[in-house]
Design a protein around this ligand. Structure first.
Ligand SMILES: Cc1cc2nc3c(=O)[nH]c(=O)nc-3n(C[C@H](O)[C@H](O)[C@H](O)COP(=O)(O)OP(=O)(O)OC[C@H]3O[C@@H](n4cnc5c(N)ncnc54)[C@H](O)[C@@H]3O)c2cc1C
Length: 412
């Protein structure tokens, strides 16, 4: 059987809803041909089968059940019952595990529990086995170790090759990879090799225990909507996940788990590139993603100099400054300080938002902060409403007072 779609002429009223939801422009609303002329509705939908992607949007939107869609799942599907378990790629560089891995272990465990399955991780590197217990202590039930000198530095080809081999042998139903430079580079190659989908840069993950479908949410259309994406016909379901959108898994020293040496046959791993050297990027002056205290400024600062005041407070608290996009767009501070959907994601212990209204595009970047202090003239703005502590008033009066109090308390 092949995919088929047709408009049921007796049911179609020509309302045009199907045409408005079709992202492919495959549906037009036309006048009925002569042999339909006795039909009470003068217009009806016509689907151009050369353009139609059989996505089903029209069929779901039609209130009159006038579009019949038959999908040939054998064209797409795999036997999903053969795939079980959640697998996390434990990214490491020079023996140091990337922090995003601990966050993935936290969400991975939650998903595995909901699916009543196990959580595994895979370590790829040279002499890397000593890191396996650390992953078990953070919640992994099983750690696959792919150890070989060929993995001493990250290179797309061999890393793609070995992770593809592991996935094909172990058949996990979910594979999560950090949306880091490394993760972004090779996750798509793996997905293409194993004929599955990949949702990049997810900011939230859920799972439906009945269908076992992973609900992968990420910003779409330039960040104007949050889209939840499913991979209903293929397995595994693959996603890269942004740093700092989940809390790290807690450490349980001495937890039990299985460590499995995964056989690496170097002959099967092609490598089309040659590693010449590793050059650390020293140009990155700030890394606000890892800061414990952030004093962030927005349009309410009104001028670039406002950041000098925020810096004074941040220095006193041992933190760093951050900014809303409005402040960055006004060129008061550089983009590397921007927090939010198109900036950095942060999760400090204390986030002090000064003159920031709290639009969703900003809050998605900081709403995991432990304590949020908002300083704003407008007590009804979203940041003030959601803050742990809301200080209403002019930031140019409130902040100097806080600074004065801190200095005084340190003199005593
Ligand atoms: C696709 C897309 C992506 C985006 N990405 C981001 C992003 O990554 N990060 C981001 O921040 N934004 C982002 N934005 C922009 C976002 O929608 C908001 O426009 C932006 O966050 C507003 O910044 P703000 O809160 O500083 O300014 P405003 O919304 O103008 O708020 C200024 C606040 O300052 C207060 N205020 C004024 N004067 C004082 C004073 N003297 N003392 C105390 N309070 C005062 C006001 O009451 C107000 O609440 C994005 C938008 C889009 C469409």
């Amino acid at each position: 059987m092949l995919n088929s779609i047709k408009v049921l002429n007796d049911k179609c009223v020509g309302c045009g809803i199907c045409s408005s939801v079709c992202s492919f422009g495959a549906i037009s609303i036309d006048e009925r041909p002569e042999n339909h002329k006795n039909h009470k509705n003068f217009k009806f939908a016509v689907i151009d089968l050369n353009i139609c992607a059989y996505c089903g949007a029209c069929n779901q939107a039609c209130k009159f059940n006038a579009i019949e869609l038959k999908k040939d799942v054998s064209l797409y599907g795999v036997d999903k019952s053969l795939y079980r378990g959640v697998l996390i790629y434990a990214e490491q560089r020079h023996g140091e595990i990337a922090n995003v891995v601990y966050e993935l272990l936290n969400i991975g465990k939650r998903l595995a529990n909901k699916l009543n399955t196990i959580l595994s991780t895979v370590l790829i590197g040279d002499n890397i086995k000593f890191k396996a217990q650390e992953l078990i202590n953070r919640g992994a039930d099983k750690v696959y170790v792919c150890d070989s000198p060929i993995f001493v530095e990250f290179q797309d080809d061999p890393y793609t090759g070995i992770l593809t081999q592991l996935i094909e042998r172990e058949n996990p139903e979910i594979v999560l990879i950090g949306a880091t430079n490394i993760g972004r580079s090779f996750a798509s190659r793996i997905a293409a090799r194993i004929y599955t989908g990949l949702t990049a840069d997810c900011t939230s993950l859920e799972v439906d225990p009945e269908t076992r479908n992973l609900q992968q949410t990420r910003p779409a259309f330039g960040g104007n909507i949050m889209a939840t994406i499913l991979t209903p016909y293929h397995r595994p379901q693959m996603a890269t996940v942004r740093h700092k959108v989940f809390k790290e898994a807690k450490i349980k020293e001495g937890k039990n788990g299985e460590i499995v040496d995964f056989k690496v046959d170097v002959q099967t791993l092609i490598n089309r590139t040659k590693f010449l050297g590793f050059v650390k990027d020293d140009s990155v002056i700030v890394n606000i993603s890892d800061a414990d205290i952030i004093v962030a400024g927005g349009r309410g600062l009104r001028k670039a100099d406002g950041f000098k005041l925020l810096k004074e407070l941040a220095d006193l608290l041992g933190g760093t400054v951050g900014a809303s996009r409005a402040a960055v767009d006004s060129e008061w501070i550089s983009y590397s300080y921007q927090i939010g959907q198109t900036g950095k994601i942060v999760a400090p212990k204390i986030y002090i938002a000064c003159g920031i209204s709290g639009q969703i595009q900003h809050t998605v970047g900081m709403n995991l902060s432990d304590i949020i202090v908002a300083i704003n003239k407008d007590s009804s703005c979203p940041m003030m409403q959601s803050a742990t502590y809301a200080l209403e008033g002019d930031l140019y009066e409130i902040i100097p007072n806080i600074i004065k109090e801190i200095k005084l308390s340190r003199c005593q």
